[in-house]
Design a protein around this ligand. Structure first.
Ligand code: ATP
Ligand code: MG
Length: 511
């Protein structure tokens, strides 16, 4: 704009500081450079931002891995998903659309203030006031006015998504107990609240834009007035009247970009805080490495006490699990059977007492070593979106097809898999939730058999099975136990009957 103005001044026979040839050359070079620099700015910004994002994501995933399983147990999964997706995404906005615009605005406006000030010092001061107003004071006011509306919007959005998911998952229960109408009302209420908040945010953005434009107009007029006065007093020439005015009018771009930041700033900072909170959180259990590798030779608990918060679950419990034996564990629901297995896996840490494997405290065994020695079958089998074979191969990643089939035969699931259209290559995703509870359980068992560790920890392995399948599995277990130690947690008498010893647990003690 300024160089075009120089051309106009030249046309009006007013002296300009350089020849008209230089003027045209500079004009063309600037026009071309503008395009190249704009592209360069975007590319650099995005390169830096996405590199940083990759690092942040990596850090977040590392943190989540450190925190699992204990610190993630019981945490709102919807919130975790928002953290990994939208919070990290918002940081991209921060790096691309916040940091560099601030730097650009600072640099460009500084040059403009000096340039305008070179015509007359008070014009420079006025330009400075204009830039500070639009680029600093206005965004701060806007950010205060919008408060944590952006953050609330994110939270509400997550909550609505969770409610929707929960409603779909709990469809059967909702229909059975006639809760459809109530759910629909809640859904409508949440949606309306969300859209009201969104429209409040939109209104704020609109008002902000109007405010910024008003400020800009005001300063343009002030500049015209001031330069007119200076011109009439003869302090500046005609070029001094025109050029600072046009320079000011055409240089608000970088600071208006800052004014627009106001509404998102607090939400971005809140996202950053959440990401940092997860990265900084101390894990309950750290991975252990660098210890001597050991072989399995029995396990034991000595005077172990464990509690969640204030509730004691295990109370001074002592047990031994000798080699090549099946130990059955029975006890009422909630007496701490599952937690006993988790302590042996070192998923949790005992408050007092000692949990040992091969006479070494689990605190002194490499995590990978411990996982290799133990085949832990959880009470609920989690299936992943993969083929049946892929789902079972989780037990041992380098297992051959033959080994997988062998494990499935032991778990009494091979015949069922063979009836599926694509056999072992059937996608579990396609089956969705159509696999029955017993089928899932047997897939979990097949994983444990495939893992082929000397110490098997089975949490209710037969609770969903008919007696025919149970018999096949118990026979396999009996065979395995010739060179393996098995802990069999079960409510079923028919299952624990194969145990060499049955331990009854009550109130966290052996009964
Ligand atoms: N993450 C947790 N936070 C707080 N309390 C927990 C947590 N996990 C389990 N509990 C509590 O600890 C107690 C023991 O749980 P555990 O899962 O070991 O019971 P269980 O004997 O396996 O029961 P079931 O036979 O029903 O499987 C229960 O009262 C349970 O509510
Ligand atoms: Mg349990």
């Amino acid at each position: 704009m300024i160089y075009i103005l120089y051309a106009v001044l030249y046309g009006l026979h007013i002296a300009i500081p350089f020849s008209i040839r230089t003027e045209w050359t500079v004009l063309i070079v600037i026009a071309l450079l503008r395009a190249v620099l704009k592209l360069g700015e975007q590319r650099t910004n995005h390169y830096i931002a996405f590199t940083l994002l990759a690092i942040i994501r990596d850090r977040v995933f590392q943190a989540l891995r450190r925190l699992c399983p204990t610190k993630l147990e019981g945490r709102d999964k919807g919130d975790l998903i928002s953290l990994i997706t939208s919070d990290v995404e918002l940081l991209e906005v921060f790096y691309v659309h916040t940091i560099s615009p601030i730097c650009i605005a600072f640099l460009v406006e500084l040059i403009m203030v000096i340039f305008i000030g070179s015509y007359y010092w008070s014009l420079g001061l006025l330009a400075l006031a204009a830039f500070v107003c639009v680029g600093v004071i206005l965004p701060v006011i806007i950010s205060k006015r919008s408060g944590n509306l952006g953050d609330e919007l994110r939270a509400d959005n997550g909550e609505l998504a969770t409610y929707m998911l929960e409603s779909i998952r709990g469809l059967d229960e909702t229909i059975q107990y006639g809760g459809g109408e109530k759910r629909l009302q809640n859904l409508t209420k949440k949606t309306i609240e969300l859209s009201e908040k969104q429209s409040r945010l939109n209104k704020l953005t609109g008002v902000n834009l109007a405010l910024a434009n008003t400020f800009i107009l005001f300063f343009d007029i002030a500049m015209l007035a001031l330069s007119s006065v200076l011109y009439s007093r003869g302090d500046i020439g005609f070029d001094g009247l025109l050029i600072p005015l046009v320079a000011l009018m055409s240089s608000f771009g970088p600071v208006t970009a800052l004014a627009n930041l106001g509404t998102t700033l607090q939400a971005t900072v809140a996202s950053g805080a959440r990401v940092l909170a997860v990265i900084d959180e101390e894990p309950e259990i750290e991975d252990i490495t660098g210890k001597k590798e050991i072989d399995f030779s029995g396990a034991s608990l000595e005077n172990v006490t464990f509690s969640y918060g204030g509730d004691t679950v295990l109370n001074n419990l002592s047990l031994t699990f000798p080699e090549n034996k099946i130990i059955g564990i029975v006890g009422r629901s909630g007496c701490g059977k599952s937690i006993l297995l988790k302590l042996l896996m070192r998923f949790w840490r005992a408050n007092t007492g000692k949990v040992s494997v091969s006479d070494v405290s689990v605190e002194e065994i490499n995590t990978a070593n411990l996982c290799d020695m133990e085949s832990y079958m959880t009470q609920e089998t989690q299936l992943f979106k993969d083929t049946i074979a892929g789902n079972i191969r989780i037990g041992r990643l380098d297992a051959s097809q033959e080994e997988i089939e062998d494990a499935c035969k032991k778990a009494s699931i091979h015949d069922f898999i063979m009836t599926l259209p694509k056999g072992y290559e059937t996608k579990v995703g396609e089956l969705g939730e159509t696999l029955s509870g017993g089928e899932r359980q047997r897939i979990g068992l097949a994983r444990a058999f495939l893992h082929d560790a000397p110490f098997m920890l089975l949490d209710e392995p037969t609770s969903n099975l008919d007696s025919l399948n149970e018999a096949v599995i118990l026979r396999s277990l009996k065979e395995e136990a010739q060179d393996k130690t098995v802990i069999l947690v079960s409510h079923r008498i028919s299952t624990v009957r194969i145990a060499d010893e049955v331990i009854g647990m009550d109130e966290g003690r052996v009964s």
